[in-house]
Structures are given as C-alpha cells and as structure tokens.
Design a protein. Structure first.
Length: 111
C-alpha cells in the first residue's frame, strides 16, 4: 500500500513492476488524497492522459476532500470523502468512491 498526496487530486492506481508493459504484475496499490482547500490541476488536462495510463483506475481533481482508511486483518477499506463546498464550514460530506484491498492481494478494486 502506498498513500500519497500533494497533487490536490484523488487517484486510485495499480503500481506495476514495469509500467511500459500493461500486463506486468501489479505489486502494490496506491491511493492519492485530495485537499480540502487547495485546488488541483485542470481535470481536462489530466483526463487526456488517462487512456495512456491503464494503471490509473480513478482520477478526480474537481472535488475537494480527503481519504479515510479502515484497516482490518483481512482487508482495508478506503473511502474518498468530498465536501460539498470547501468554503462553507457547514458543508455536507459524502463518499465519492470506495475501494477495498484484500490482504495479500495488490490492485485497485472498487467496493
């Protein structure tokens, strides 16, 4: 498992032994958290590159939020949580995407 950030976007990725070979073994799963107050890169710019990056299963830079993790012996549940309005202290919070990673099994799986 890899958790990262500093791109101000949500991403869910498979990490491969060889990114030049899409059939290469998946060795880990990476989740990237967004930010609540800072805006990310232009969505359309990154979305154009997604077809050339099949290891990226999800990308979103238009929504603000954070990631939560529930860790158990058998699996890990990851939720990408978003705020309805980053400037409103009473904003609603909802789940944009949920994923599960089973112990001993790398790869992004939507829950």
């Amino acid at each position: 498992m890899v958790f990262s950030g500093d791109i101000h976007s949500f991403l869910a990725n498979d990490l491969k032994l060889d990114f030049d070979n899409p059939k290469s073994a998946t060795v880990a799963t990476e989740f990237v958290g967004s930010s609540i107050a800072s805006y990310g890169p232009p969505y359309d710019l990154i979305a154009q590159a997604l077809p050339y990056n099949p290891h990226v299963h999800f990308f979103e830079s238009r929504r603000r939020g954070y990631v939560t993790v529930d860790l158990k012996r058998t699996d890990m549940q990851v939720r990408m949580r978003v705020v309805s309005d980053a400037h409103d202290p009473k904003a609603d919070i909802s789940t944009l995407k949920s994923y599960v990673v089973e112990t001993g099994r790398a790869g992004v799986v939507e829950a």
